[in-house]
Design a protein. Structure first.
Length: 339
């Protein structure tokens, strides 16, 4: 997809720009929306979020990447591959990643010639009807599954455990080497003569037992089967232990599952963890569905404990002509002065 007069698009924060539709295993289009880090004065903190939309009745699994095509027709700012599965015969979308404004403007002559931006999206489809493809996928899947299951058994059985993690009234038997290999926090803990390392006891007081168990299962198996059910608490927990991959998965799940009930909690988490994309979409969702969101427990929590975020919602929901009549608190003033 290509967009001319691209610099003009930065003024349309929150608005979606979509490509024309293309056909391959169904109907697709690429869309992107502008956002910005509202806690930073620097306009270079603006970014584009990219989404791939699928509109068809057939189920399909695809590996997707996107990149900027530069003036020499070479790939630039290529995203990491994302595997997307679309099911149930309804229009669905998948989050692909972001590109910051600073990354584009640092090489504007190469990436935006004539103020035009060209994006290419590459899709690799998994054809399960092909016998050889299916056999290869099954072999790889079984190998990955066995490794995950073996490490899951190690966690569940506690065999060879050399550290006990005490979480509230419960405890988990774990292995220092595995914890240290996956989490920089545990790595620091077990590489020095800290009390936890010397005594083989770790005490966790600020995370619920079930949430810590889900995080522990991801550390061992790379999987989080209950992620969607506890994404808010899990994202806060994994942020403490430096598990960036699971944090990203939590953020993606919260964005995909935004609802009347969850939006306020997602805004709180996004603001607390400086998760710019989650905060941006949560705020936009609340503004678009304010009456419904205000009836939820999440809004009550927002109003009771996060009055600064309530003010953000009010300012964002007001018509532009009304924004100049409100004087925000000093710590938020810089946000509104830019608008």
């Amino acid at each position: 997809m290509a967009n001319r007069e691209f610099s003009f698009c930065w003024g349309r924060l929150g608005q979606e720009i979509a490509s024309s539709k293309f056909q391959s295993h169904g109907s697709w289009y690429l869309a992107f929306r502008t956002g910005e880090d509202s806690n930073d004065d620097d306009r270079e903190c603006q970014f584009w979020s990219f989404f791939l939309h699928h509109e068809d009745s057939q189920n399909v699994t695809a590996e997707a990447t996107f990149c900027v095509v530069d003036v020499k027709n070479n790939d630039a700012l290529k995203s990491t591959a994302t595997v997307l599965t679309f099911t149930d015969g309804i229009a669905t979308s998948g989050y692909l990643g972001t590109i910051t404004r600073s990354a584009l403007q640092s090489e504007a002559a190469q990436l935006m010639p004539g103020d035009s931006l060209t994006i290419r999206c590459d899709l690799t489809f998994v054809d399960c009807s092909n016998e050889h493809t299916e056999r290869y996928r099954t072999t790889v899947s079984v190998t990955d599954c066995r490794l995950s299951e073996d490490l899951g058994w190690l966690l569940d059985s506690g065999s060879g455990a050399d550290v006990t993690v005490n979480v509230g009234d419960g405890r988990y038997g774990a292995h220092k080497a595995i914890l240290a290999s996956r989490s920089p926090v545990f790595r620091t803990m077990f590489q020095h003569d800290m009390l936890e390392n010397l005594q083989g006891q770790v005490f966790v007081t600020d995370i619920e037992y079930e949430v810590f168990g889900e995080m522990l299962r991801f550390i061992y198996t790379g999987r989080s089967p209950n992620l969607d059910n506890m994404a808010h608490a899990l994202m806060v927990a994994v942020d403490k232990y430096g598990l960036q991959t699971l944090r990203d998965e939590c953020e993606d799940a919260l964005i995909r599952n935004l609802s009347f009930e969850s939006a306020a909690f997602s805004l709180i988490v996004g603001d607390k963890l400086n998760a710019t994309i989650l905060r941006h979409y949560s705020l936009n969702f609340i503004c678009a569905n304010l009456c419904e969101v205000m009836k939820t427990d999440g809004w009550c929590t927002l109003a009771d404990d996060h009055i600064d975020l309530v003010l953000d919602v009010i300012i964002a929901a007001l018509p532009e002509s009304c924004e100049d009549t409100i004087e925000p608190p000093a710590k938020r003033r810089r946000l509104y002065e830019r608008r």
